[in-house]
Structure formats: structure tokens, C-alpha cells
Design a binder for this molecule. Structure first.
Ligand code: SF4
Length: 479
């Protein structure tokens, strides 16, 4: 499972297969339910009662270990014990959550006789140098990306944005071998003319220009999952345009340099505008922008800055588009910040509904009626339930089960379960001794996250290691 909204889908899948949803209702005759994927090392706790096994970390390490344990185990109980002693396997039924005053989680106690470790250490690849990149193996029109060849190019991102779970938890950055990426693409070409490059920071691959050039020569139209602004070079932009792309997606996150220092997004407005020139000068018509609201220290000036930044980007677009005679669009996508486990914001309460709602209205009025600019602003309620699934503990599981039964009426599901959802979402957790996701050790230390949070409040950047030497461009802003 990759995203919180998948949780109900998995329960539907179990129901349609005739498998009881809760692990406690299954017997040795039922299939073993193993949960893997990104959520297992964000916060697997809301899923814990549904899973026999949570495989925390990366599949390249976990799947062979699971296979070995299956072959060695004498029965299901033995299998669970074997897995509990292997790195990366969390057996929820082997742990008893402890609750203190006011129902706060105070720890996890391993059941006697299980030898279950606490915390469970995530399992991850140390290097991907000799590993085949994950790639589409079956082409079928019956899936979301049916006709597209997907291949992972590089895992991780070195930017250390303070809100970004993926950045912190897929470190270190590991590039897949260029030759294998290209060989697999060559082989898949007869099934597909579109390639999707999976990564959170595509340009962190040291060979990215060569990879794009070769894919273009093979006749692929290339979709990058994401592009980090500061790494966009002329050859990269040119090759993407030549492959048929007309839209580029970038993530300024906010409109002001000040707030970008708070969240550790290490680009400046000047650089963003500079890259926009590069993008439009190379023939791209549309620009998609990701922004967030509800960030720490955000003021009304920062909302106005989002509008101003977008207007300046629109100017750049028009300057290049007018001589061509085709004017594209700028599409702003705005999401309220959900503080995520495993980030510098993991203790932070989410901004109140009323504040987020006020900011959404303000931003809507600031950005209304601008020609060629469209804003898609997510409602605060959508984020509220996502935050509950993200920040919850095991007691949130009945909400997921109820939402699955009632067609995803989350309000009714929360009411039916009787939990206090607000206490998960709007409570400052900085004094909590234990957080629900502490059962998994993702490799990052709490004191690092706390110092990153404090640096953010001082509006200081933490520069990614690879940029610490050649960051002259950032120095004027840092001083
Ligand atoms: S640049 Fe993007 S992927 Fe990298 S840490 Fe920042 S938000 Fe995450």
C-alpha cells in the first residue's frame, strides 16, 4: 500500500475474496495477509489489526526473506515467529499497545514468548548498483497505467524538505543501473510507446541526460513523475519536449523565499522564474504547480506571494507563447499541509479547519479570474480524514472498516467508531514520549527531526550534502 486512501480498497479486496478483514478473525486455513509498501514505514498502525504481517521497508529485501521463512516454517505460528526475528517484519498480534492517562499511547509491550523486537527496524537496500530496476512486467489495458512502461530510475531525494516523508525515508539516494534501465525499456518498446519514469527526484540520477536521450531515440514519449526545479538543465528540458510532452510539473510549494527556507525547499523565486524561462523557451505550453498552505509561520503575505509568483510565471509563459500563437495554461494545485510521521513535522498539529478554510477562501479570491490560470484547491475535510489515517494508532482501524462498509462516508465512520479524531489531528504531540509510528524504526533520529524543526523556525536551510560545496547560488539568501 502506497497511500492512505488505499486502505479501504484493501478491505474491499479482502471482503470480495471472502477473507475476514481482522487478523483475529482469521484461522490457519485463511490466506496470510501481508501488508507492504510505503505506508508500512510511514505509520502502519491504523492497519495493524487487519494485517498478519507488516513488511516494513523495501520489497527487494523483504520478499526473498518472506519466501525463505515460508519454506522453513512448520506451520503458521512458526512462520510468524520466524518472521518476527527477521529484519523488517512487524507482527502486530505480537504486541500489546499500552495506554496512559487520557488514553495516550505510552508504549508497545511484546507478548511473552514471542521475542518480538521493539522497535522493528525497516529493511532497505544499501545500494541499487547491481539491482534490476522495478519495471512493468505485464501490459494490460485493464490497469491504471495499462499502456505505459513504468520503470524506477532512482530511489530517494537528497533535498531534505522538512515536510516530506518520502525524502527522509528513502535515503540514501540510490540510482538504478543505467544500462539495465535502457535494456528493459528497449525490450518493452514493442508493447508500449509511452514510458513513465518513477522517482521522487528524477534528476538525482547521475546519468539522467543519457537515459532521456536514449529513450527519446527509441521513440518513447516520456513522462517524468516529478522534476526538481534546481536540477532542470537545458538538455533535460529539450529532450522531454522532443518526446512530445507539453506540460511540466514543478513544486515551488509556496510563493515566498522566506517560507521556502522554513520548509527547507532549497530554491529561490529567482531560480524558479529562471527555470520557467527555460521551460517555456523550449516549447512547453503548460506549467503545473504544486503549492501547500497551512505551513508553519505562514501569514497572509505568503498567500499573496503564491498569487504573485503565479502571475510572474504567467508573464513568462505569455512572453514565450505569444510569438508562437498558442497560449497554454498554468494550473496551480494547492493542498493543506498534513504533518507526516517520519518528518520534522511529526509532532505538529494540523492547522485548524477554520484557519485552513479561511486561507482556502482567501487564495480562491486572490487567484480568481486570472486568464490562463486555473487553481485546484483541496478542501480541508479531504485532508482531515487523510490526516487521521496518517497520524492514527490501532484504534483508528474500526473507522477504516466502517468507511469500507458505508461507501466511504468518513464522518459517519468516525461517529460509529466513537474515537476522538480531533485528538489525533489537532493535538501538539511534542511532549508525547511515544508516537504510534515509533514501533517502526525508519532510520532517522528524533533529535535530528527536532533540530530540523527548530532550524525551520529560524528560517535556516539545511543544504543537501551534494550541494554543500557548490551552493554559491544559495549563499546570498542564506546570509
Ligand atoms: S524535493 Fe520533493 S521529493 Fe525531495 S525532499 Fe523535497 S518534496 Fe520531497
Amino acid at each position: 500500500m502506497s497511500f492512505e486512501w488505499d486502505y479501504v480498497n484493501v478491505l474491499t479486496l479482502l471482503r470480495l475474496a471472502g477473507v475476514p478483514a481482522y487478523a483475529s478473525e482469521r484461522t490457519a486455513r485463511h490466506p496470510l495477509v501481508v501488508v507492504g509498501g510505503a505506508v508500512t514505514f510511514v505509520n502502519p498502525e491504523p492497519l495493524a489489526p487487519f494485517a498478519d504481517v507488516i513488511a516494513a521497508g523495501e520489497g527487494e529485501v523483504l520478499v526473498p526473506a518472506l519466501d525463505r521463512a515460508f519454506k522453513a516454517a512448520s506451520d503458521r505460528g512458526d512462520l510468524l515467529k520466524l518472521l518476527a526475528s527477521a529484519r523488517g517484519f512487524y507482527i502486530p498480534s505480537f504486541y500489546e499497545p499500552q495506554y496512559g492517562p487520557e488514553g495516550r499511547l505510552s508504549g508497545y509491550r511484546a507478548s511473552p514468548g514471542t521475542d518480538a523486537p521493539s522497535p522493528v527496524r525497516k529493511a532497505a537496500l544499501k545500494t541499487t548498483e547491481a539491482i534490476d530496476p522495478p519495471a512493468t512486467g505485464i501490459f494490460t489495458p485493464d490497469t491504471e497505467f495499462g499502456s505505459r512502461f513504468l520503470v524506477e530510475v532512482v530511489r530517494g531525494c537528497a533535498n531534505l524538505c522538512r515536510f516530506c516523508w518520502a525524502g527522509y525515508n528513502y535515503l540514501p539516494v540510490r540510482a538504478f543501473p543505467t544500462d539495465r534501465i535502457l535494456e528493459l525499456a528497449e525490450r518493452a518498446r514493442r508493447h508500449s510507446s509511452k514510458v513513465g519514469l518513477v522517482s521522487i527526484a528524477l534528476c538525482d540520477h547521475p546519468d539522467i541526460e543519457r537515459i532521456l536521450t536514449r529513450l527519446n531515440e527509441m521513440g518513447y514519449s516520456i513522462s517524468p513523475a516529478s522534476l526538481r526545479l534546481d536540477d532542470l538543465t537545458e538538455p533535460i528540458v529539450r529532450t522531454l519536449r522532443a518526446s512530445g510532452e507539453r506540460t511540466i510539473t514543478i513544486a515551488p510549494e509556496t510563493g515566498s523565499d522566506r517560507l521556502r527556507r522554513v520548509i527547507n525547499k532549497t530554491v529561490t523565486n529567482d531560480e524558479i522564474l529562471d527555470r520557467a524561462d527555460l521551460i517555456f523557451a523550449n516549447g512547453f505550453e503548460n506549467l503545473k504547480l504544486y503549492y501547500m498552505i497551512g505551513l508553519p509561520t505562514e501569514t497572509d503575505d505568503d498567500l499573496v506571494a503564491i498569487r504573485d509568483m503565479t502571475l510572474e510565471l504567467r508573464d513568462r509563459m505569455l512572453r514565450h507563447a505569444r510569438p508562437r500563437g498558442t497560449i497554454g495554461r498554468i494550473i496551480g494545485s494547492v493542498n493543506p499541509l498534513i504533518p507526516k510521521p517520519g518528518t520534522a513535522y511529526q509532532w505538529l498539529p494540523m492547522e485548524s479547519d477554520a484557519n485552513v478554510d479561511r486561507k482556502i477562501k482567501r487564495l480562491r479570491s486572490l487567484t480568481a479570474g486570472i486568464d490562463n490560470v486555473y487553481f485546484n484547491i483541496k478542501s480541508e475535510r479531504h485532508s482531515y480524514y487523510q490526516a487521521l489515517l496518517s497520524l492514527g494508532d490501532r484504534r483508528v482501524a474500526p473507522v477504516i472498516a466502517a468507511a469500507e462498509r458505508n461507501g466511504q462516508n468518513w464522518r459517519a465512520a468516525v461517529a460509529e467508531s466513537g474515537i476522538d479524531a480531533d485528538s489525533y489531528i489537532f493535538r501538539d504531540r511534542s511532549k508525547d514520549s511515544v508516537l504510534p509510528w515509533d514501533i517502526i524504526d525508519g532510520g532517522m533520529k528524533d533529535h535530528f527531526f527536532r533540530s530540523e524543526f527548530d532550524k525551520g523556525l529560524r528560517e535556516e536551510w539545511t543544504l543537501p550534502p551534494k550541494r554543500q560545496k557548490d551552493n554559491a547560488r544559495l549563499l546570498p539568501v542564506l546570509q
